[in-house]
Design a protein around this ligand. Structure first.
Ligand code: PGA
Length: 252
């Protein structure tokens, strides 16, 4: 049985004071409910979060990293810098990075491979844009993204992967994917993984859904058979909301 995994993605929200206040409150509220929890925060807050969550099950993730070990890359963060802080996860290839910062299938692949060479585990994001869904190309696009990202990645590494399916049209837009649409694509991602690595490895990959996951309907999504968890943006910014999503079973 795969452990359920719900990660918060704070994006570019919260100053230091707000991040520390969240972490202290969340630590008090938090109890393990059979669901692995992580907060992916801006770089500046990672060390504070690690410190405040020390001794708990709460994991900490970054939202991006460079694929080189070091170099003349002004404004970038090296994987080793995150590793040194004991960061547990790194989001790779979020749609906002692909859309606004020029990330391509190729850079996503390089980042994924690099991340697997560190002690961090990647959360790989894939998902089609609105025009692609409307043109009936959603499955084709997601297959291309998953296959390109995993190029050259061994089965052993792939078995430790989390893939977040985030349809771009459902992120911060007011439109939501139905649980059935989300489930269908997550099942398809599992099939692609099995095609690439065989059933045994494909079975190990954790597949999350992301895009307007809120406390009120988290259970509907999390109870779909093909969905192992969620990547949560806006609703991860308040400790009580995020905790409600983590306790989705009781909230039904
Ligand atoms: P949202 O963001 O939950 O605010 O739609 C999800 C994400 O972009 O990871």
């Amino acid at each position: 049985m795969r452990e359920k995994f719900i990660a918060g993605n704070w994006k570019m929200y919260k100053n230091r004071t707000e991040a520390v206040a969240f972490a202290r409150e969340f630590r008090k509220l938090y109890e393990y409910s059979g669901v692995r929890a992580a907060i992916c925060a801006p770089y500046l807050h990672l060390e504070s979060l690690k410190g405040i969550f020390d001794g708990t099950e709460i994991k900490v993730g970054a939202q991006n990293m460079h694929f080189e070990d070091e170099g003349a890359y002004t404004g970038e963060i090296a994987p080793g810098m995150l590793e040194e802080l004991g960061i547990d996860y790194c989001i790779i290839g979020h749609s906002e990075r692909r859309q606004y910062f020029g990330e391509t299938d190729e850079t996503v692949n390089r980042k994924l491979a690099k991340c697997f060479s560190t002690s961090m585990l990647p959360i790989l994001c894939v998902g089609e844009a609105l025009e692609e869904r409307d043109a009936g190309k959603a499955f084709q696009v997601v297959e291309r993204q998953v296959t390109a990202a995993l190029e050259g990645i061994s089965a052993e590494k792939a078995g430790m992967l989390t893939i977040a399916y985030e349809p771009v049209w459902a992120i911060g837009t007011g439109r939501t994917a139905t649980p059935e649409q989300a489930d269908e694509m997550c099942g398809f991602i599992r099939k692609i993984s099995e095609k690439l690595y065989g059933e045994q490895t494909g079975e190990k990959i954790v597949i999350q859904y992301g895009g307007r996951v809120k406390p009120g309907h988290a259970a509907d999504i999390m109870n779909m058979p093909q969905i192992d968890g969620a990547l949560v943006g806006g609703a991860s910014l308040k400790p009580a909301d995020f905790m409600k999503i983590l306790r989705y079973v009781q909230e039904r």
